[in-house]
Design a protein around this ligand. Sequence first.
Ligand code: ZN
Length: 255
Amino acid sequence: MPAETYLFPCLKDNFGVLIHDPGTGATAAIDAPEAAPVEAALQKTGWRLTDILVTHHHADHTAGIGELKAHHKCRVVAPRNEAQRIAHVDETVAEGDTVNVGGIEARVIETPGHTAGHISYFLPSDQLAFVGDTLFSIGCGRVIEGNPEMMWNSLLKLRALPDATRFYCGHEYTDANIRFAKTIEPHNKVLAARADEVAKLLASGKPTIPATIGAEKAANPFLRADNADLAQSLGLGGSPAWKVFAEIRERKNRF
Ligand SMILES: [Zn+2]
């Protein structure tokens, strides 16, 4: 049976998301920015929280874990390389591991850069990905603990997922990301179409995610650092893609 998802806002601009296996009733929260909105989402769906799958240690992804675990006795799964920075962890996972949420199988992809141990979760049978603060729609996370080359390689791993993959990220940053992306590729028609779509979604109070990997490849400048025309336009023709990525990230930091 396909996994069901439930997306909801948390904190100022974080997303919370639940994944649910209708076959077994198992439900996982991807990260736990704060407990109350997760509890409200469980009430609304009638789902029972069995697991929390953590992408990285930042407080705006983990602050709700203690309260949720105390209430639901759920299992907490976290990235092995930074589990010591996350409270209440039951199991740690690394590249290639599989996490089962009832009958749902999630594959762990290490995507360091934003934090040193950041991981993403990919559900092959549903073509769903949960990418935390590594990839955003038309953007990417800040490179805080890693370096640009590491982050670029993480983005390449996500870009290699099937085009139809729908991904959920940690924040609603799409509008600001689009304004920046237009400064990098002002003539990108796919980006212009995405801008129209996002304006409509936001105007009607809807989230701009999930987005698909296929659509992002064509419009997200951070996934396009190995595009020769883009590199040329930044005065970096012939440079390694990670250096082009670093330049785009640097411009975004100043934007
Ligand atoms: Zn973060």
